[in-house]
Design a protein around this ligand. Sequence first.
Ligand code: HGY
Ligand code: MN
Ligand code: MN
Length: 411
Amino acid sequence: MSAPQINGQRLLASLQALGRIGALPGGGVNRLALTDADAQGRDWTVARMRELGMHVEVDAIGNIIGTFPGTEDLPPVMMGSHIDTVRTGGLYDGNYGVLAGLEVVATLREAGLKTRRPLAVAVFTNEEGARFQPDMMGSLVYVGGLPLQDALATCDVDGASVQAELERIGYRGTAAVGAPVVDSYVELHIEQGPVLEQMDLQIGVVEGVQGISWTEFTVEGQSNHAGTTPMALRHDAALVAAQVAVFVRDLSKRMGGRQLATVGAVRLSPNLVNVIAQKAVFTVDLRNTDSAALVQAESDLHAYAQQAAQAEGVRISSRALARFEPVAFDPKVVNLVEQHAQALGCSHQRMPSGAGHDAQMLARVCPSAMIFVPSVGGLSHNVREHTEPADLLRGAQVLLQVVLALANRPS
Ligand code: HGY
Ligand code: MN
Ligand code: MN
């Protein structure tokens, strides 16, 4: 079966249309998981699936799975990603993988082509982990990596639970989770980093995802008057948060390699100009492609945090928000991505993913891989996130051809 061409204008228009839901005034998108904006984005995507004649199911953690029948009742070849965003998100992170999957279905349907295996497009709940942790929550529950009840009981900083929010937006489905039957999974995504652009390459053949470690620290000191409390008598929670932020930057420099470290969220209380902070709650995101190095970084972090707290005379506690080992994708599917990128004349190279993705969870239950396209300026999780239309179309065409090969292979 020679591959039909995806309809680039339709794909770009769908990205703009979904991007108008939760649009921020100055550009970018805010569709935090399970908010009203996420619900509207879900409704829009379900309506699009139904327009394409897809069977739509919502499972117990709110994952939306659209299925386009094949000529044989076999496990589906799945595409997809997420449509929830961070608070300052862009048009493409996650949305591109879902909408390109729907574009593949639309193109095959228009051409009157049916694949041997059914095609599925998944919208996984709360991939970002920005409101509810861990990230990739929906796909982790989907593959049986996180008990459904634990996920449903997870609360955001305001005490709203995943269960209550799923029910409030009408997406607490009934389809079972935990033991999916999926033939294979291919996720198309923007790189979200600078590599492809710096090397002037069109396609990333993604071989795996680096390890991720998220920790939340709570430091409790003593609030006091900023003007009357001698420095030697302070028990300043904000100081320890700042010291840890500097430490993890130095740690990543000292470790070198691919060690990454980020203090992304800091909440001080009472958070007032003339009051020494009584409490600091902050997060540390550590990542590395090397499992042992990541363990070492975690150990160094916790040792330092304890020592800094002791020196300042404050209490410190911590809890893990997410912890995923590095994941290697299926070599056969990775090879397919490389072959089709090559066949389409795309410049390409093999690379790891710096960001976490639903594909790393699907890899637990079926052969999975990813396709990257360049991010302008390497920007993502930023309202200025952008990928050139030609790159968006190229990636979708590679996705179509890889999925055709998987869905029509004899065994
Ligand atoms: O944090 C991540 O890597 C992903 O964006 N959830
Ligand atoms: Mn993403
Ligand atoms: Mn993201």
